[in-house]
Design a protein around this ligand. Structure first.
Ligand code: SF4
Length: 340
């Protein structure tokens, strides 16, 4: 639903509908699905063929109020869409998406953060709306027409969830292929190390998606890094560990490496949270040793946080402190980078 969001990287959260299907290891402990099991028919369900439910007209009216408030205050609000659904879900009636695009077009003082795990659908679904009957008669159609023509809405930031290197290699090239005012990564839950400076490209070479450039281009005599200042790049990286039932721990080196990659490239980095698990012992950076709570020994290759016994490399002991106690300090401070 709509609310003043408690999520650190947004001002508001808006769900145009609810319900979804799990498509990634990042979805394993989807809190929205858990909530839907306890709710009645007013809330969408999870899985292919299961009903998605549109939220109320009162809910849909809230972004109009936020937009007016933002205009009056001379500032912009970020709106995360969606936390209980996916904008580019195949199961959703395209007419709902068309209405969402209309709402986006009518709220120019809001920056809409469309976060998806289905970025491969994005351009197709934009075209689908542009091709609906009576193009141009509806603000959502006009937005889709312009977006399809390579002129994306200025108030849409397109983001994808990436939990490990495999997803990064698979989905970041797709994200960069979609026209967007800004592109961001939500790396939560972080389940493994990710090198954004060497994303595997479909043409077999590797690409630095933060600085913009390619490594070892096929057919080139010159080997090494070639800068491409005109290529699309990632504008923002958000990193966080998992919270809730069954949460998997995040090795501190995964977050630290992404922070350093972003710093090197001048890309804003936001550390959202540790999640349930926080480092303990000498690596704990001030986190006290809590006796009597579960602990595991996690290596930097993590196996999604399994108890790895005595083996593994670069291990760190993690303790289950709970999301609130674990907080959001990395190496003794918060990291709050946001694109301007
Ligand atoms: S995409 Fe998001 S809402 Fe959908 S199942 Fe995955 S975590 Fe849940």
């Amino acid at each position: 639903m709509a609310e003043n969001s408690k999520i650190e990287w947004t001002d508001h959260t808006f769900n145009p509908w609810t319900g979804c299907t799990k498509v990634s290891p990042a979805c394993d402990h989807c809190y929205a699905e858990e909530g839907s099991k306890r709710a009645g028919a007013k809330v969408g369900k999870w899985g292919p063929g299961m009903p998605r439910v549109r939220t109320t007209p009162a809910n849909w009216a809230k972004p109009i109020k936020w937009d007016a408030q933002a205009k009056a205050e001379g500032r912009r609000f970020r709106v995360f869409c969606a936390s209980l659904a996916d904008v580019f879900d195949n199961e959703v009636d395209p007419a709902w998406r068309r209405n969402l695009f209309k709402l986006i077009a009518e709220t120019p003082n809001l920056d809409w953060l469309l976060l998806t795990k289905r970025v491969g659908n994005a351009l197709r679904m934009v075209k689908e709306i542009a091709d609906l009957p009576r193009p141009g008669s509806h603000a959502g159609d006009l937005l889709a027409h312009q977006w399809r023509s390579g002129n994306p809405p200025k108030n849409v930031w397109l983001g994808i969830t990436v939990c490990d290197q495999k997803e990064a290699d698979r989905d970041i090239p797709k994200l960069l292929a979609v026209p967007a005012a800004k592109r961001f990564l939500s790396m939560e839950p972080a389940l493994g190390a990710v090198d954004l400076t060497k994303i595997q490209w479909p043409e077999k070479h590797k690409v630095d998606v933060l600085r913009g450039g390619a490594w070892d281009l096929p057919g080139w005599v010159h080997k090494g890094f070639v800068n491409h200042s005109d290529m699309n790049t990632i504008d923002w990286v958000i990193v966080g560990g998992e919270s809730g039932h069954g949460a998997r721990p995040m090795h501190p080196d995964w977050a630290r490496s992404l922070r350093d990659q972003c710093a090197e490239a001048g890309v804003p980095f936001l550390f959202k949270q540790w999640g349930e698990w926080v480092p303990r012992g000498p690596e704990a950076w001030g986190y006290p040793l809590v006796e009597g709570v579960p602990r595991i020994r996690l290596t930097d290759t993590g196996e999604n946080g399994s108890d790895l016994g005595a083996g593994g490399d670069n291990h760190v002991w993690m303790q289950r402190a709970g999301k609130k106690a674990a907080g959001r300090m990395l190496d003794g401070r918060t990291w709050e980078g946001v694109p301007s």
